[in-house]
Design a protein around this ligand. Structure first.
Ligand code: C2O
Ligand code: CU
Length: 636
């Protein structure tokens, strides 16, 4: 609904601009003709008639826009702020003047007086400025952006006045036109230059350093060692297809399965990934210095270099690891693997299955074909499904009665049968399902999976693993406490923050891009969310764009408070990656209990690379690393 209104608003904005300009041009078109022949009078009458129609249509569209904005405002101020403060006044003020100055003449199909023509054209300029507000300014409009728009419309209107009254002189037009150009070029140049410079905000003056926040080497527990070596690798897929991958030794990377209580030591080496690599533990809440974000918690590991990570296996569940340097390219090409912390040794079959797309081939686990596993009837089975892609995956599990037992490494409370439901896993998200093996084959299918899938069967079986469509499971209604009780949700917060996701023209690294913005800015220039240790933070995430944004805060899980104003009707839902679909508003609670400078971003990594990243910055921590500038660090 909200998303449809946003689309309609954009349509009316563009349509209104065209119609108001057309009305103004038509009303002025017979202006230069002189004389009083019958033919001329007829032409003038026809022009007045057409102008009147255009003006009437334009007025109707503009009224429509006001209604749409009013309806949108009910879904949240963040959907309409710049429309109410800037776009609508730019449209309605000159439109009011046009009604007074041009309306009477148009109604009687008479030639429109010069002031009326100016008003009609200026309404057209205001409407065009309104479209610019939609694509260039967005949320939030500031005093500066407003002043620039008003000055621009004013300058163009002044030039029009000169032309309409026949008083146009080089002496007046040139300064006015230059002023208009300066008003636009000035801020644009500042924005372009600024976008190419490193941001200053991550260098606080005092406090602890990010790289002092590490897992102590002396932590108790048996030590589990892994070495991951990043490099380019030509991989032959089971289908026989060759792909040029970047891997941590295999595709996917070596699975890391450890027991609760282990101390995990991982040595990362880079052979020949020229862009550099890091290791980030997606969803695993490590001390900040282990988080593996180039330019924030460490420098990128370049060819020939290495870095040692240490994790305490104290959070049982399903996670994954991936590079966080040039991650939009690196992860896609294969720099990822799974991380599982086991509570206890598995009693039955326990499979971890990353789903990944590489060069158009969908891999379920290691295979772009059907993977087959033999399982005896009655055996307990746990499948850990991990979406390592940038867009959601829809999965079906057919042939068995199953339950979802954990999401994003956190057990669900009051889980119940999800049989027949489609599992729509956000980019980066994990669903653990469990069931008791049936006597017939159990099939895991992927929508659009091109034949990849998993078949568990008691005997030999060669059937395919088709995707079986159905209704998407909604986690917000999941769990047996579905009585609407929300007593577990906090209501008092130390900090209330709003994150508005949008698409705007912005400079990124000095280059103009159609960026994915956070609060009107592109990374690394998005203002951080600043917290004190211990704060309970409420985050409101508003998606004004037409794409899904899987939002992922590092170092913390969030408790879902509501989606579009409706609290979850099931048990408490803890996530580290949540899909904010177009037009949606999510409210989540985050406890600031893990000091550091953390990334929070859209896990559609292509969106992240186009700006959709910000920092969650603890007041007493600073990062001695830098993103961009002369460093190789590009975490997105
Ligand atoms: Cu999967 Cu910034 O992370
Ligand atoms: Cu996104």
């Amino acid at each position: 609904m909200t998303s449809a209104l946003l689309g309609l608003d954009l349509l009316l904005t563009v349509l209104g601009a065209v119609l108001w300009l057309a009305a103004g041009v038509r009303a002025s078109s017979s202006d230069t003709m002189r004389g009083s022949t019958r033919k001329l009078r007829e032409t003038m009458r026809r022009d007045a008639l057409i102008a009147a129609w255009f003006a009437a249509a334009a007025a109707a569209v503009s009224i429509g826009r006001v209604l749409v904005v009013t309806a949108l405002a009910r879904h949240g101020w963040a959907f309409v702020q710049e429309k109410v403060w800037l776009a609508l006044p730019l449209l309605l003020v000159p439109a009011g003047a046009a009604a007074v100055l041009a309306g009477p003449a148009l109604a009687r199909l008479r030639p429109v007086p010069v002031r009326g023509r100016l008003a009609l054209l200026t309404t057209g300029y205001g409407a065009v400025a309104g479209a610019a507000v939609a694509f260039v300014i967005g949320y939030p409009a500031t005093w500066l952006s407003g002043a620039v728009m008003i000055a621009l419309v004013g300058a163009v209107a002044a030039i029009t006045w000169q032309v309409l009254t026949g008083r146009a002189r080089t002496l007046t037009i040139v300064p006015l036109a230059s002023a208009a150009v300066l008003v636009v070029a000035g801020p644009l140049t500042v924005a372009a230059v600024r976008s190419d410079a490193a941001p200053v905000h991550q260098h606080g003056a005092a406090g602890r350093l990010v790289n002092q926040l590490r897992t102590p080497a002396s932590s108790a527990g048996p030590v589990k060692r892994f070495t991951l070596t990043a490099g380019r690798q030509r991989v032959t897929l089971p289908s026989g297809r060759d792909v040029d991958a970047w891997t941590f030794g295999s595709l996917p990377g070596p699975p890391m399965t450890v027991a609760k209580g282990d101390l995990v030591e991982v040595e990362l080496r880079n052979t020949d990934i020229a862009e550099g690599v890091t290791l980030h533990w997606h969803g695993y809440d490590v001390p900040n210095g282990e988080d593996g974000v180039a330019g924030v918690t460490q420098d990128a590991v370049l060819p020939g270099q290495s870095f040692r990570y240490r994790l305490l296996a104290d959070q049982a569940g399903t996670y994954w690891y991936h590079t966080h340097q040039h991650s939009s390219e690196g992860v896609r090409r294969g720099l990822f693997g799974t991380l599982v912390v086991l509570d206890a040794p598995p009693t039955g079959v326990d499979l971890t299955i990353p789903i990944h797309t590489l060069d158009g081939a969908v891999l379920v686990g290691e295979s772009d074909h059907v993977m087959r596993t033999r399982v005896e009837p009655g055996q307990p089975v746990r499948l850990r499904l991990v979406n390592t892609d940038t867009t959601p995956h829809r999965l079906s599990l057919s042939g068995v009665d199953f339950r979802i037992v954990a999401v994003d490494g956190r057990d669900l409370v009051g889980e119940r049968s999800s049989t027949g439901k489609v599992l729509r896993i956000p980019a980066g998200g994990r669903y653990d399902v469990s069931f008791s093996m049936s006597s017939a084959p159990v099939r895991l299918g992927v929508a659009g999976g091109g034949g990849a899938g998993l078949v568990l069967a008691p005997g030999t079986d060669s059937s395919p693993a088709p995707f079986v469509d159905g209704v998407d499971l909604d986690l917000l209604g999941h769990g047996t406490t579905g009585d609407g009780a929300t007593g577990h949700l906090p209501t008092v917060f130390d900090r209330d923050e709003t994150i508005v996701l949008d698409r705007q023209l912005r400079f990124i690294g000095g280059v103009p891009r159609y960026a994915h913005t956070v609060n009107g800015q592109a990374y690394p220039h998005v203002p951080p969310i600043v917290v004190n240790e211990g704060d309970l933070v409420r985050l409101t995430v508003v998606n004004r764009s037409s794409e899904t944004h899987p939002m992922h805060p590092h170092g913390h899980h969030v408790l879902v408070l509501s989606r579009n104003g409706v609290p979850p009707s099931g048990g408490p839902l803890w996530l580290d990656t949540f899909d904010v679909q177009p037009g949606e508003v999510w409210k989540v609670a985050l406890r600031a209990d893990n000091p550091g400078v953390w990334l929070a971003h859209c896990h559609n990594l292509d969106h992240a690379a186009l700006g959709m990243v910000l920092h969650l910055q603890y007041r007493n921590v600073r990062a001695p690393f830098t993103v961009g500038g002369t460093t190789p660090n590009r975490p997105e």
